[in-house]
Design a protein around this ligand. Structure first.
Ligand SMILES: *[C@@H]1O[C@H](CO)[C@@H](O)[C@H](O)[C@H]1NC(C)=O
Length: 436
């Protein structure tokens, strides 16, 4: 438990100190000799702008003979970047800045020895671009502070929209989904009240999961709409991460608890089931830390790949771990169905748990694999489709879980007549033959 506490504290401090604003980026480059430094990616519409402010520029070696037309910033799409690499390989050009496929934003020759430069670049070809810094002077190290802001101008009023072209409707999507979850929470409270005699503790736990999900979406919507209007999150991201964290932990715990049949089938947890929770909860903490770092550093931040891998690994382990309790329950129910004479009761529970097992697998598979694939294959303009698909799958999963494990006045698991009992025993025999 001390381990868990220190984890929570480190997460808390990470949240307090490490967040940076998302879509206006400040980057400090110190004595860097990388020939190519990618900064940020953005989907422009036909009315896009890039503000670039470079200050405190200095070089490790200020020989006046250097050709500073070989140092500078440019915009480039992913496709043309591949062609540029080809050109470099074929030695058609000696520096990426000399390719006619890139759009120059700032060439350091224009600095004329000044340490500071501000520029506003208009981008009127709609596409997804990456802002890249190239330094083709070998052995010259660059230091500078860079502020980059990319946005699109909306409609006639020319309001700035700091969200990338495919993400600009996300605030509305998140508001809508958060509303749906608040309604679901209301319905659930009504159900709990109506069926208060058959309510188990797990039903209150489910309520908390739904409320946390709704709050999480609300914060995400606020976060995104602030970024959309101002280019930075103003602290909504911190709330969003806190609720994501709580939601992640409670959701996985809920899946484990339902899987074990806690409070439904039995009032206690076995040791091995507790162990699953002891694994899943700290891993969720790690996953959330990784998620924060991934979001805040952007795809070109240092260690981004490492954190992404940590996140994927931890996520996969959590997803596998939550399946074990369900498998154990199914096994116990199968055995019980054979031995304790109440075949029908057990068979119904068994069917329910099997369904749940399949639904959990589908949910995990869909939200991890299908959504990722959608985000990869769709054009930058439709990036939101992946988010919507993921949220719809999550909504379906929450609704299935709520419906199947709702409190029941006449619990079908416990009232079974003799005929059904015989039919079930028969079915069970058949099933055994099939298994063999
Ligand atoms: C950055 O550059 C833009 C474009 O020249 C300018 O309008 C803006 O005021 C600059 N911002 C800062 C913080 O210097």
């Amino acid at each position: 438990m001390a381990f868990l506490k220190s984890f929570l504290f480190s997460l808390f401090f990470l949240l307090l100190f490490s967040f940076s604003s998302a879509d206006i980026r400040f980057t400090e480059i110190r004595s860097d000799d990388r020939p190519i430094i990618p900064f940020d990616e953005f989907g422009f519409t036909h009315n896009g702008r890039l503000e670039l402010n470079v200050s405190k520029v200095s070089f490790s070696d200020s020989n006046p003979d250097y050709d500073f037309s070989k140092v500078g910033f440019f915009l480039c799409t992913r496709d043309s970047w591949l062609h540029v690499l080809q050109q470099l390989e074929d030695a058609e050009i000696s520096c990426a800045l000399h390719s006619d496929l890139v759009k120059h934003v700032l060439i350091f020759k224009a600095l004329n020895g000044k340490g500071e430069y501000n520029t506003l670049y208009s981008q009127n070809d709609a596409d997804q671009y990456t802002l890249v810094f190239a330094n083709c002077l070998q052995q010259v190290k660059v230091s500078m502070n860079v502020r980059s802001a990319m946005y699109n101008l909306d409609g006639k009023s020319e309001n700035r929209d700091y969200l990338s072209a495919g993400k600009t409707i996300l605030p509305r999507v998140f508001y809508l989904f958060s509303l749906i979850y608040f309604v679901l929470a209301g319905i659930w409270i009504y159900v709990l009240y109506k069926k208060r005699l058959t309510v188990f503790r797990i039903h209150f736990f489910m309520l908390s999961v739904v409320i946390l999900k709704a709050l999480n979406l609300l914060c995400e919507a606020e976060d995104k709409s602030y970024i959309k209007r101002t280019g930075s999150a103003h602290g909504w991201d911190v709330l969003f991460y806190i609720f994501s964290f709580l939601k992640g932990i409670t959701l996985f715990t809920l899946i484990v608890l339902i899987g074990t049949g806690w409070s439904f089938l039995k009032p206690y947890l076995q040791d091995k089931e507790k162990k699953v929770l002891m694994i899943v909860i700290p891993l969720q903490v790690v996953a959330n830390i990784a998620q924060v770092v991934i979001d805040e550093t952007g795809p070109y931040g240092q260690d981004w790949i490492t954190w992404k891998q940590v996140f994927l690994l931890v996520d996969v382990v959590c997803c596998c771990a939550v399946l074990f309790p369900i498998v154990w329950s199914i096994k116990n129910l199968r055995e019980a169905a054979r031995t304790d004479g109440k075949a029908a009761v057990n068979l119904m529970k068994l069917t329910l748990f099997r369904q749940y097992y399949i639904v959990v697998i589908c949910y995990i598979y869909f939200t991890r694999v299908v959504v990722y694939a959608l985000e990869t294959i769709t054009s930058y303009k439709y990036l939101w489709t992946g988010v919507v698909a993921g949220e719809l799958a999550t909504l379906a999963f929450y609704m299935f879980t709520g419906f199947k494990f709702r409190p029941e006045a006449h619990n079908p698991y416990f009232v079974v007549d003799d005929e059904e009992e015989e039919a079930a025993a028969e079915a069970l025999k058949l099933e055994d033959e099939f298994e063999l």
